[in-house]
Design a protein around this ligand. Structure first.
Ligand code: HEC
Length: 173
C-alpha cells in the first residue's frame, strides 16, 4: 500500500469524528478500548523546562485542531529526541524509533493505523495499548507523573523525523 493510501484510510476515522464538530476541540479516544477521554488536569500541560503548567501555543493548537506544530520545528524535535530517551522509549523502540523490543514507530504502516496521524499517535502513547505498552500521559501510569501534552507533541515530532516524510499533519488544516 502507498503511504497516501495508508494515511487516507487511517484518516477516515479521524475525519468522521471531526465532521460533527467543525469548530469544537479534538475529541480523544483511547487506543485500549475506544472510549473517549479528556485531559483536564492543569499539570498535564506546559513546557517541561519552564515547569509553570501554562498551556503552550502548540498545546492550544493541538487541542483545537489536532495539528502538531512542532513537526518540522528543529528545536522542538531536538527536545523531543531528549524526551524520547528520558521516558525510556529508546529502551523498547530503539535510538532512532525504528524498533527494538517494541515495534518501529516511523511507519508508513502501524499496528494501530491511526498512528499515521498525530492525534492517533498521541492517543496511543497517552493512554497506552492492550498489547504491552502502558500509557505515558500525565497521571495515567502514576499520580503526579508522566509526560505533558507539550512534551509528547515534541516527542512525536521527533519520531516523525525518522520516517520517510510522513508528518502526521496531512489531514489537518
Ligand atoms: C517497556 C517497553 C516500552 C516502552 C518503555 C515504550 N513502549 Fe511503545 N510500545 C511497546 C510495545 C511492546 C508496543 C506494542 C504494543 C501493542 O502491540 O499493543 C508499543 C507500541 C507503541 C506505539 C504504537 C505503534 C504502532 O505500530 O501503532 C507507539 C506510537 C509507541 N509505542 C510509542 C512509544 C513512546 C513515544 C514511548 C516513550 C514515551 C514508548 N512507546 C515507550 C513497548 C514500549
Amino acid at each position: 500500500m502507498s503511504i497516501n493510501k495508508i494515511v487516507a484510510s487511517a484518516l477516515v476515522g479521524a475525519a468522521v469524528s471531526f465532521a460533527g464538530f467543525a469548530q469544537a476541540d479534538v475529541v480523544f479516544t483511547k487506543t485500549t478500548d475506544g472510549t473517549k477521554f479528556e485531559i483536564s488536569d492543569p499539570k498535564a500541560f506546559g513546557d517541561t523546562k519552564k515547569k509553570d503548567n501554562v498551556k503552550t501555543a502548540a498545546e492550544i493548537e493541538f487541542l483545537k485542531t489536532g495539528k502538531n506544530i512542532y513537526v518540522g520545528d528543529a528545536k522542538a524535535e531536538k527536545r523531543g529526541k531528549k524526551r524520547f530517551g528520558y521516558w525510556s522509549c529508546t529502551q523498547c523502540h530503539g535510538p532512532t524509533a525504528k524498533g527494538q523490543v517494541g515495534p518501529g514507530l516511523v511507519g508508513p504502516t502501524f499496528k494501530y493505523p491511526k498512528d499515521a496521524t498525530n492525534v492517533g499517535m498521541f492517543e496511543t502513547i497517552w493512554f497506552g495499548t492492550n498489547g504491552g505498552m502502558g500509557g505515558k500521559g500525565y497521571g495515567v501510569m502514576a499520580p503526579d507523573d508522566g509526560m505533558t501534552v507539550d512534551e509528547l507533541l515534541k516527542t512525536i515530532a521527533w519520531v516523525r523525523t525518522n520516517g520517510k516524510g510522513l508528518t502526521g499533519n496531512e489531514e489537518v488544516k
